[in-house]
Design a protein around this ligand. Structure first.
Ligand code: BES
Ligand code: ZN
Length: 585
């Protein structure tokens, strides 16, 4: 396979690539600096390039300790600074470096913000791994890893890796060692250091969380082993040995992140009502679609997320039934529709293509549900066209054909045509789905009796009466489906009966508050809005809520006031995302 060079990386195809690395680092919490040393083994000698951003390179040397001449290029806005050197004949290079306190891929949390002891963790996807480790920061290169993290006594150092090799004392500190024997791309390099404890729930899975969270998290996610088994029946044996979950502090900017063998999840999923399990299914499904078969560059991001939403829904269907799976798809459709409207308003419809050209921007800047929802709907359309049996066989063969590799959209389309035939390729209008903007008119219908019940109520502006037994996702959909205009009295009435503005389920509470602010009720719910914005770091909640607030009378000032203070608890990527919202309005 001939891959093009990834526009978000300095690495050029054909150069020596990283095969494996050993990463040793320690953390200075006060200075918010990571000091690291990496021993790389490349696949060949010769000139090569690594990506860095805001890193100080202290030395580049051979394993014998001799300096290797290197050059750190000028800073580019998109890619950072290129580190170039010649890999010696034994293929081994050692780099010592330190990070910057402002590194985009690291969130440092003081004890007050983390609740108890300090907490620090990384988020590599899409192009931020280079802010905490010099590497070929492109998903087209995969390598194995050993990580040795030095932490103070009483604090754990977790690395997203298959094998825990134990702890060794080092003066007042402890060194925890982890090994990832399966090759993965740089955006999946991740660690979390903090006061976390472990509850094993099966031979291959544990739940990790801060102590106050652990018991509730175990209850919430106790179906995990069933999900893994369902995934294995559909997509083949779980490929990476262990699969565990780490429940993050509130500031975590995503719902979940599929770090290998250890998915990071927002604590908002631990709501006590079982609704968080679909996000677990999503991150687990990435083990096959994303971590095993990986998008080769960020224009093909839909190969990761579209396939994963499709796979998530199949796992949910296998364990909880089709109606539940399609309720989730319907909720995602609502987010997708908001994103379509957003891109339309900004005259940026090119980002509604499944495989858009993102080569001149940071992919995070145009993050949306397009690759997720449109991608999954495209795959469901093919599934419905060829029949489930044939499509399942296709999915399985796709995963085994490209496992441990990285592929781009073209490779996928060629494979699709070769396996399922030209007729199917044309019948589903594959090119239009992938390369055109907007939403094709042959999209499959989303059918679920759980959706029907809610749709009927929302269309009739019916206020659910006491005694109705909707699930939390149904409640959320109900709110999402209410018209945006003229809800002033309706929402107050609903809240009077159901207290949605204080609902323990954050999806429901957030949906309600966004609606309420849009309906002109900010005055009534100012306290709840501010509380959510101050305690949550998930961008999915922050962006629409700040956006709605900015439109309210005097709301922009309020948004600014809250943000100025709350931003110290947000992850750097969330700060940037909210700043964009505030500037836009
Ligand atoms: N890989 C993503 C998170 C991500 C994407 C981080 C792009 C950085 C850049 C993760 O698997 C994901 O999709 N999370 C979703 C979960 C949802 C679809 C169930 C999220 O956080 O909203
Ligand atoms: Zn995902």
């Amino acid at each position: 396979m001939n891959l093009k060079s990834d526009p978000h990386s300095f690495y050029e195809q054909g150069q020596p690539k990283i095969e494996g690395l050993v990463w040793a680092f320690e953390l200075d919490f006060a200075a918010q600096v990571l000091t690291g040393s990496v021993r790389y083994v490349f696949d060949a000698p010769g000139e090569t390039y690594l990506d860095t951003r805001d890193l100080t390179i202290n030395s580049v040397s051979t394993q014998g300790g001799n300096d290797i001449p290197y050059e750190l290029g000028d800073i580019e806005e998109l890619r950072g600074a290129r580190l170039s050197f010649d890999v010696p004949d034994d293929h081994v290079v050692i780099i010592e470096y330190t990070t910057d306190p402002g590194a985009h891929g690291i969130q440092w949390m003081s004890p007050e913000i983390a609740g108890g002891k300090p907490f620090v963790y990384t988020q590599g996807e899409a192009i931020n791994a280079r802010t905490y480790i010099p590497c070929q920061d492109t998903p087209s290169v995969k390598f194995t890893m050993e990580a040795r993290v030095t932490v103070p006594e009483g604090i754990r150092g977790l690395v997203a890796a298959a094998e825990y090799k134990g702890r060794t004392p080092d003066n007042d500190n402890v060194i925890e060692t982890w090994a990832m024997e399966f090759p993965v791309p740089s955006y999946l390099i991740a660690f979390a250091v903090g006061d976390v404890v472990e509850a094993p729930i099966s031979l291959r899975s544990s739940i990790w969380a801060q102590p106050h969270m652990l018991e509730r998290a175990v209850d919430e996610f106790n179906d995990l082993p069933r999900l893994i088994e369902a995934g294995e029946r559909l997509f083949g044996p779980y490929p990476f040995g262990r699969y565990s979950i780490l429940v993050m502090p509130d500031a975590f900017p995503y719902g979940g992140m599929e770090n290998p063998c250890l998915s990071f999840l927002t604590p908002a999923l631990v709501a006590g009502d079982g609704s968080g399990i679909s996000t677990v299914a999503h991150e687990l499904a990435h083990s096959w679609t994303g971590n095993l078969v990986t998008n080769a560059d960020w224009s093909s991001f839909w190969l990761n997320e579209g396939w994963t939403v499709w796979a998530e829904d199949r796992i949910i269907e296998a364990v909880y039934g089709r109606d539940t799976a399609m309720l989730g798809r319907k909720l995602l459709e609502r987010e997708f529709e908001e994103d379509l409207a957003y891109f339309k308003r900004r005259d940026q419809m090119q980002y509604t293509a499944l495989a858009p050209d993102v080569s001149d921007i940071d992919p995070d800047d145009v993050f949306s549900r397009v690759p997720y929802f449109k991608g999954a709907q495209f795959l469901t359309l093919i599934e419905e066209t060829v029949g489930r049996e044939r499509f399942d066989a296709f999915a399985l063969s796709y995963i085994s054909a490209y496992g441990y590799e990285s592929i781009d959209t073209r490779t996928f389309l060629d494979y699709l045509r070769a396996e399922l035939g030209d007729e199917v390729f044309k019948a589903v209008r594959a090119r239009e789905w992938v390369y055109h903007s907007g939403y094709p008119d042959n999209a499959p219908a989303i059918v679920s009796s759980l959706v029907d019940e809610v749709e009927e109520a929302a269309n009739k502006l019916f206020i659910p009466h006491k005694g109705m037994s909707w699930t939390k996702p149904q409640w959320q959909l109900y709110l999402e489906l209410l018209p945006e205009q003229g809800l002033f009295d309706q929402l107050k009435l609903i809240d009077y009966s159901w207290s949605l503005s204080k609902d323990p389920n954050l999806e429901v509470r957030w949906s309600f508050l966004v609606r309420a602010v849009k309906a002109g009720l900010y005055d009534v719910y100012a306290k709840e809005v501010e509380e959510l914005l101050r305690t949550q770091g998930r961008m999915k909640y922050l962006k629409p809520l700040y956006g709605a607030l900015c439109e309210a009378p005097e709301g922009h000032l309020e948004a600014q006031r809250i943000f100025t203070d709350a931003m110290k608890t947000y992850h750097p990527v969330a700060v940037a995302a909210v700043e964009r919202v505030l500037c836009d309005s």
